[in-house]
Each structure stands twice: as C-alpha cells, then as structure tokens.
Design a protein around this ligand. Structure first.
Ligand SMILES: Cc1ncc(COP(=O)(O)O)c(C=O)c1O
Length: 474
C-alpha cells in the first residue's frame, strides 16, 4: 500500500512519530522526578495556535506532537511532586503505557471482549483484595461521581423494587450522608429522582466524622413519617479534610434499619490497605457497595474509578436489559448489564499493570508515605507560630492550614490572597477551601513522587509569601 492509500494512518511516519513521542515522554518522566522552579507560561506562538481555525489540510505529525507537548508543558500537571491541590492523580508511568496500549487496540468493554474482559474481572478482584472488601463483582467507571451514581442506583432498586420501571411515584425516598460528603452524592439524588432536598445531611463530630446518633434519629424520624430510606453514604475520607466516617457503627445502624450502606471511598479507601490506617476502615467488609477512584490514591492516570458490590445481582437488578443488538451468549451478562455506561475503554489495564509491575506492597508503601507526610506537616506547623491547623490530627493525607499574621484584621482575605499568590508564584500548587465558613489552604498528598523536601517547600513558600499582611492585601 502506498501512502496515498493509507488514509488516516501515519504510514511511513509511524516509527518517527513513536520515537518522537517516546523522547518527549521520557523527558517529562525525568522532569517529574523533581519539582521545577516555576510553572511555564504559554508562549505567544502557542496562544496564536490555540486560536487558529479548523485546519482543512494537515501538518507534519512530528510538528503536531511537538505542539501537543508544548501545550501540556504549559498546563498544570498533577504528576508534578509539588501539586498539592484538590485530590490529584500522579500520572503513573506504567499507567500511561497501559493507556497507550489500551487506546491503540481500542478494545470496547461494553460486551465480552475476550481476555480483556477477564482481565477486568481479575482487576476488580485484585482491587477488592487490596482494600479488604469481599466484593462479588464490580466494574470500572469514569470517576467517583459515576461510581457513586451506579452504586446508589442499585440501592434505589433494592429499597424500591421496580423503581427503574415505574418511577418513584407514591414513595418519599431519602438519602443520608455527612455534611462533608462530596457533591456527587447530591448529584446522584438529583439524577436518580430521589431529589436533592431529600438528602439528609448528618452532623459531624469534632473529628469531622458523621455522627451515628444523629443519623439514627433522622432515620427513625423519616421512617415514622413514611419515608423510604434508600442508602446511608459513609465517606472515607472526605474531600474537605480527609475525615473517615465510622463504618462499623454506621453498619450496625444500616443493618438495624435494613438500609443499604455505601462507602464513598473515592479518595481515601486505598488507605484501608495500609497498616497504620486500616483501623479507620473497620467494618468495610459489612457494606453493600464501595467507590474507589484508582485515579486518585491508586496513582494511575485519569479516568479510572471502580464500584465494587457485595451482591453481584444488585448491579444487574438495575442495569440489565435485553436488546436485539446486544447478544447474551450462554445467558451471561454483558458489562452493559451492570454498568451505567455503554461503550467503555479498557480502564482496568492500568490498574492491572500497576499491581503486576510494582506489586501491592509498593503501592501500600507509597500510600503510607503520603500519610506520613501529612502527619509530618501537621507536626511541623505546631512548631511554627505563623501557621494554624485544625484541632485534630489528619486522618489520611489532607492537612488544612492557615497563615496567621499578628495584627492582620481579615484572616480569610489574607489566606485567600495567599493561595492566589502561591498559585501565581508557581513553585508549589495548592487550592483553597472553606471550612466552617473560613478560608484555609488545603494541601492533599496523593502523589508517589512527593518527598518530605517537597512538603517542606510548601511551608517555606507559604511563610515567605504570607508572612506580611501588607504585601498581599490591604
Ligand atoms: C469523596 C469523593 N467522592 C467523589 C468524588 C468525585 O470523583 P470524580 O472527580 O472522579 O468524579 C471525589 C472527588 O474529589 C471525592 O473526593
């Protein structure tokens, strides 16, 4: 075949394109090993490129690869060791290779794809073993939001059998989570017809965990009033502060009231595998479903989440269906019978390659290191009078902090301005959060590349930029 017949293939430029990409990736991986001095700002030529019209004729692929890398290099990369904002992922090298392989074969996990489907089952089982959850089955999704919606759709069907067909008419469904639960729980209530106002927001204790006594009162009151509780959602740990709700006590209540218990462990549940943190997750084996974001604290690139369930039939009860174009060979379910999505990429491969290449112990150690970094940061701040911390120690790897300058009349304004100044400065990257009405900086450690030196840099930069009120705001 000559090049004119190759259509959209790279033809005789394949090797050169792969080589060029490999060089760029190698350079990036080496660069990610240590922090860079400043974030790079998009050049004028890049800005022009990003405003150019639709090209009707293509350009040389090597130039296009270089342009793509320049765009990436001028963007925030969560892979960098001093990215402490939100809950980052860390662009695990074998994860990136897995994505290249999976996307090259473009396997579709909607129906049985052969060995890839078997690998997906195996990965579900490995993940469940890793966190210590007796899952009968599970599935990979695009993120914690979809995993939570998937689990809560099953919970709704369990609470109100036939709801998927008849709707919720005649029922008053309710959902229970703590004040620190992620917004995806409210979103699930919205899209599942439960309704955002029927999400009962349960008070938290001094360690910011859901209070079982308040939950019990709310459940009892709602049941006395004829409501149908769909699920209790325990968050382990919360997005705001990393608090881990007391699963064991919530499981007792869930069993007593006959309500589904879901664990939103999108961020924190991988820490159940770590010796020093496992006690926080006691009772995990009793819950109905668990969300785990592998693209958070399992280090693989986005997008890769998983929802695990104790009873395989619970997912099928809400998602299974029969269509003329979807064969059920041998009466087996397809993945589309237990998932919200149809076409699905081969997300499991990156988790499988993580465990196969590095082993579960190395993953545990990386999570443990992040937990240690959180404790270290908290302890350092007790000795540096400029910093304020929450009263309780970090449970996982989020450590909210404030800079308190003597004489500064508006601490919220100061810390808000400090966060913007840190982001502009570019040596470390951290995001703000509002906790109990006040502005905090909220570093989160979920990157295997982060060292204790990187953690120290965060304090040094915050001290340097935040020590004087006048320079930040007036
Ligand atoms: C506790 C928790 N649940 C759910 C989510 C949503 O996850 P995703 O962004 O993967 O949809 C997050 C995101 O940070 C989270 O922290």
């Amino acid at each position: 075949m000559d090049n004119s017949e190759m259509g959209l293939s790279l033809g005789n430029q394949r090797e050169a394109a792969l080589d060029r990409t490999a060089q760029h990736v190698l350079h990036a991986w080496k660069e990610f090993d240590t922090a860079r001095e400043r974030e790079s700002i998009p050049s004028e030529s890049l800005r022009l490129l990003l405003n150019s019209p639709l090209p009707s004729v293509g350009s040389d692929v090597l130039d296009v690869i270089d342009q793509a890398v320049e765009i990436l290099d001028s963007s925030l990369a969560q892979s960098r060791p001093r990215y402490f904002a939100f809950i980052g992922s860390s662009g695990l090298e074998v994860g990136a290779l897995a994505d290249l392989l999976a996307h090259s074969y473009d396997t579709n996990l909607a129906v049985d794809a052969g060995a890839a489907t078997e690998l997906e089952w195996q990965s579900v089982s490995w993940l469940a073993q890793f966190i210590g959850y007796p899952a009968q089955t599970g599935t990979f999704t695009s993120g914690g939001t979809i995993s939570n919606i998937t689990a809560l759709a099953s919970a709704r069907e369990a609470a109100i059998p036939g709801a998927r067909e008849r709707g919720l008419g005649g029922f008053h469904p309710t959902l229970y989570c703590s004040t620190e639960a992620h917004y995806s729980i409210t979103r699930a209530a919205e899209v599942l017809g439960i309704g955002a106002t029927n999400v009962r927001v349960v008070d938290i204790d001094a360690q910011r965990r859901m209070r079982p006594d308040v939950l019990r009162e709310l459940l009892q009151r709602d049941m006395d009033n004829g409501c149908t509780p769909v699920a209790i959602v325990a968050t382990t740990g919360t997005t705001l502060t990393g608090a881990v709700d007391p699963i064991e006590q919530l499981a007792d209540i869930a069993e007593e009231f006959g309500v589904w218990l879901h664990v939103d462990g999108a961020y924190g549940v991988p820490a159940a595998a770590v010796t020093s943190r496992a006690y926080l997750f006691a009772g995990l084996d009793r819950v109905n479903s668990v969300t785990v974001d592998c693209h958070k604290w399992m280090f693989v690139p986005k997008a890769c989440s998983a929802v695990l369930v104790r009873d395989a039939a619970s997912l099928a009860s809400v998602f299974s269906h029969d269509e003329a174009y979807m064969p059920h060979a041998g009466g087996h379910y397809n993945a589309v019978d237990i998932t919200l999505e149809y076409s699905r990429p081969f997300r499991a491969l990156k988790l499988w390659m993580l465990f196969s290449t590095h082993g579960a112990s190395a993953v545990r150690e990386a999570i443990e290191r992040n937990c240690d970094q959180a404790q270290m940061l908290f302890d350092w701040m007790q000795r540096r009078p400029l910093f304020e911390t929450l009263s309780s120690r970090p449970q996982l790897s989020i450590v909210p902090l404030r800079v308190v300058v003597e004489g500064c009349t508006d601490r919220d304004l100061h810390n808000d301005a400090l966060c913007s100044a840190i982001q502009r400065d570019g040596r470390v990257y951290v995001s703000p959060a509002t906790i109990d009405g006040h502005v905090w900086l909220r570093p989160c450690f979920t990157n295997f590349r982060t060292t204790s030196g990187d953690v120290a840099a965060l304090l040094d930069v915050a001290e340097e930029l935040g020590a004087v009120c006048r320079t930040l705001h007036s």
